[in-house]
Design a protein around this ligand. Sequence first.
Ligand SMILES: [Zn+2]
Length: 377
Amino acid sequence: MDRASDHSLDRSSDRSFNGRLFGPGIDGAGLEVSASWLGKLLTIDTELPLNIRASDLQIAAAGFNMRQLQVSWQDGEDAYAFFIEQEEARAAFLATAPQSLQASLADARKARHRIDTRFHALLGAYGLYLALPAILLALFLFNLDRVVGWAAAKVPIGYEAKIGNMVLAQTRAQSQVIESGPAAEAIRQIGGRLTEGSRYQYRWLLVRNEQVNAFAAPGGVVVVYSGLIKQTDRPEELAGVLAHEIAHVELRHSLQGVIKKAGFSILLSVVMGDWSGSAIGGGIATLTEMKFSRDAETQADEEGLRRLVKANISPQGMPEFFGKLAKKESGGPDLSMLSTHPASQERMKMLQERISQLPARSYPPLNLDWERIKASL
Ligand SMILES: [Zn+2]
């Protein structure tokens, strides 16, 4: 007793730190003890005080989430470990440790920082897993589109561009891209006018394919088949198709479609920011025949018309082209686009109504030699 109280007098209390000591002859749960630095000696208050030289100590971050400092040493055959867990105790230990230990303390701090970062990521993932049943339930009870919209809204623009790059690479590998010439140039020129000021960096691809089709990938990749251009009678019709596809990008319909197709594993990537891309591949494969909801199509029509007007291009080309396709005889060209964009009476009526609501004005015709452009394909 005397010895203990004497001891507590010869050091200031803020220089001591509590921890749990493990070693030979100590109960498995460890022993709560107080310790302090005496110069280069770590002094641990036990019945027989332990004095260990700093140079004999090994220090590491340990425990759940690396929140403990683990101080360990050998005494002959015997191994000891002293765990400091409380924030204040760790601070006191670190503040009063001899200079010679600072290097290994810095290492322990770094390890803990790394673990902290990982731990927060893990917590996020774990939290999501816990939330998944609730998310799935919400899907069935409420609205799939809303959940997908939520996920899409969390995807950074830069990542959308990465998805677009994958589509670009895939399209280049699987199809014959017409890199230059008057038709490719016309797409770039009209597309450029329709996307002025966009937050996306658009990439335009003209593919040699007799199908009448066009589609948009997330992040601003627009693919047009040569077969579609052959079915147009004037550049305003191509502009109408481009404006509609651009609207799907701007309204993030393409991104939402990829998320729907890729399934909910992508939700994890969205929340975790882990863009390994593997979950997305399946969503991209079906972009060419991706069908959006009727609401999304209506939105894309409206946004497309708005962009045409803003770019000073006649919006009539849009209903003109889709209406014309609907009248084509079967046995003609493969009208793939009609399967995803039916030119229904309702849709045509809506387009004409919207156009008639616009202030009456004339639009300068697109100055392109359309017959020459079509002949180049
Ligand atoms: Zn569409």
